[in-house]
Design a protein around this ligand. Structure first.
Ligand SMILES: [Zn+2]
Ligand SMILES: [Zn+2]
Length: 440
């Protein structure tokens, strides 16, 4: 197999170097060897990128891989394959597994499995509290010092409700530059809620989760970040109030970052009128005004990253009656096709969108070698995508083990053609290459 790849004739969009021009990229032995016009192919494998965009590989700050514990829903292998097909060359795995990733042993296992597969970089996030129970701190220092070098800590799925405990966690993280990431939710307000609280929940007779449950938790967390000096990352921001809080925190100079999901940028609570559990997510799909605020926040850089919150669920659980179904949807293989609509809607430019998918999230996590720049000598993590390609979403063809995708049967515009991870072609012509990664 050739150890060189020539990506020929694509529109190179590299936010890290401010580049937007047509260029060839020659990759050899894991690194970018040259960037320029008319590069000679030699013995290199050629990826034709004429009419396509070539950019730094995407980075997903928020995925659920379900291993260990729920391998029927997803494994590190199937999740890594889904990531590669979505153009992601790094993903951050949330710790709500069974057991939770609250020790060096679990974190190292997750990271090592990802390395062994070699499809995408798998970065484990550690739990903030033991077993994500919210009562005592997890072995944060042990995870940080482990081979996995965990940097981002969260109890995602839940927020830490005990404010004093969260303060202690932040003080501890400040000592080594760790990041506190929160699923912002005041459970006293949101408990029992099935969807966003508003006119649609009233009409449908479903118990609502008010936007204030997110806003209040985020306001508290920002106050604690100010108090402790801790770096803070708001997971899946979904309300106009949250966007305003993050904007104000940044204006104040606090080390606060935030992400937003493709679904919170494109879907509203009106979807719930179908009572289809595929639209049940946490935080819930919000109002049109919230979606508009999230779009504006993404466009002006208040929100640093698009993250999928890819949350696989077994069909028998997700297709249960609405109130019994677990929240969450899968998103890695549709992310690009969904968010490219923002460019067509004039919300932000294509280079800005690429920034929020690659350079922005890589910076949040401090992931060296990811998110560009695409320059000679840099590690080769690249994605090639056709922003105009139309395709119909067929979840039965996904690499993910789960099928809870709200875009099933819909046509999306924009498709990943090729993904290069560590200088190796792992996805070609939109399909995972046979023989890459381990068998599963
Ligand atoms: Zn969450
Ligand atoms: Zn999540």
């Amino acid at each position: 197999m050739a150890n060189a790849i020539l990506v020929r004739g694509g529109r190179l969009v590299d936010p890290a170097s401010g580049t937007d021009r047509t260029a060839d990229i020659l990759v050899r032995d894991g690194r970018i060897e040259a960037v320029g016009a008319g590069l000679a192919a030699g013995e290199a494998e050629v990826v034709e990128a004429d009419g396509a965009v070539v950019s730094p590989g995407f980075v997903d700050l928020h995925v659920h891989l379900r291993e260990p514990g729920r391998e029927d829903e997803e494994t590190i292998a199937s999740g890594s394959a889904a990531a590669a097909r979505g153009g992601f060359t790094a993903i951050c795995a949330m710790p709500n597994t069974e057991p939770a990733c609250d020790s060096a042993a679990v974190a190292e296992k997750v990271a090592a499995s990802g390395r062994f597969l070699g499809l995408t970089r798998v970065v484990p996030a550690g739990a903030l509290t033991h077993a994500r129970e919210g009562t005592q701190l997890a072995a944060i220092g042990e995870m940080a010092r482990s081979v996995a070098r965990v940097r981002l800590f969260t109890d995602d799925g839940r927020g830490v409700q005990d404010t004093r405990l969260l303060r202690r966690a932040m003080e501890y993280l400040t000592g080594f530059g760790g990041i506190c990431a929160e699923h912002c939710d005041d459970e006293a307000l949101s408990e029992g809620g099935q969807m966003h609280e508003g006119e649609v929940s009233s009409r449908l007779g479903l118990r609502g989760m008010p936007a204030e449950a997110e806003d209040l938790a985020l306001a508290r967390d920002i106050a604690l970040a100010r108090l402790t000096g801790c770096r803070f990352h708001a997971l899946h921001v979904s309300t106009a109030g949250s966007v305003a809080l993050v904007r104000a925190a940044k204006a104040e100079g606090l080390a606060v970052t935030a992400e937003v999901t493709p679904h919170h940028l494109t879907l509203t609570h009106e979807e719930l009128a179908s009572f289809d559990p595929v639209f049940k997510v946490n935080p819930p799909l919000r109002s049109l005004a919230d979606v508009a605020a999230c779009r504006a926040g993404l466009a002006d850089g208040t929100l640093d990253a698009i993250a999928t919150d890819h949350a696989p669920h077994a069909a028998h659980e997700k297709e249960a009656e609405f109130e019994a179904a677990p929240p969450g949807l899968i998103g890695m293989e549709t992310a690009l096709g969904v968010v490219l609509a923002l460019v067509r809607d004039g919300v932000l430019s294509l280079p800005a969108l690429v920034e929020r998918l690659s350079t922005g999230p890589a910076r949040v996590l401090g992931l060296e070698g990811q998110g560009g720049p695409i320059v000679a000598g840099a590690p080769a993590h690249l994605v090639v995508f056709d922003p105009e390609a139309r395709w119909v979403v067929d979840p039965s063809r996904f690499a993910s083990r789960s099928r809870n995708c709200p875009w099933a049967g819909q046509e999306l515009t924009g498709k990943v053609l090729a993904t290069i991870f560590e200088g190796r072609l792992v996805v070609s012509n939109g399909e995972l290459l046979e023989g890459v990664g381990a068998t599963w």
